[in-house]
Design a protein around this ligand. Sequence first.
Ligand code: IPE
Ligand code: IPE
Ligand code: MG
Length: 249
Amino acid sequence: MELKENVNLQKLPKHVAIIMDGNGRWAKQKGNQRIFGHKNGVKAVREVTEAAAEIGVQYLTLYAFSTENWNRPKIEIDALMQLLVSTIHSETKTLLKNNVRLMAIGDRESLPLSVQNNLQDSINQTAKNTGLTLVLALSYSSRWEITNAVKKIALAIENKQLSHEDINEQLFSNYLTTKDIPDPELLIRTSGEYRISNFLLWQIAYSELYFTNKLWPDYRKDDFYEAIIDFQNRERRFGKTSEQLSDER
Ligand code: IPE
Ligand code: IPE
Ligand code: MG
């Protein structure tokens, strides 16, 4: 039986976020340059996007480039930016065909203009799609996002548009770049690293974490279904006791 058939469609996470990691090691294992790994990671992005859309996940967020990744060698950054431009450009047709809406989170202004323009173009073209929302985290880091939110709230208070009394979790969430995107129920990281690397710190407060040793370029639909099935077998207690949950059922 296919793994996909074991996914319980009544118990799907609305939002899955993925830290796509291991491209460099994958390339190195094959005696190639790191960028070869990034190029081969595009297939995994395609597969996971399709897999998520097929079962009916509503939001898929992919960590594609972190604020800290700007500290990599220039040659790798340039190649990654080039890959982003060409991939966004060439995949837009497929996004349209599959009813996928593209969004982006992160410090978009820090990206090269060519990336910004391609991204905005694809976002505009897919804005009316009603299927999966694919969120690309680009030049994203959670501490950047949270600091930025604090600045905007401070400014709103200074301008008397807001009082400090108005600040609550909901309001704060609305100042993040993930405004209008529900928190992910499931966070996946590939490549056997057990860390968050400055990703969605506020939003993953109650996410289920799933780690796999697979390197990102080897990641396929079945790996995604496996993570979803694992998620579905967990008991999410949100601070309550197991007995309370059974009583509520
Ligand atoms: C993830 O793969 C992609 C990005 C961070 C852009 P890495 O490039 O981090 O690959 P490893 O972790 O060095 O193997
Ligand atoms: C996290 O991966 C960022 C992305 C996947 C885009 P990194 O490979 O940059 O993270 P660290 O440096 O291992 O924590
Ligand atoms: Mg890495």
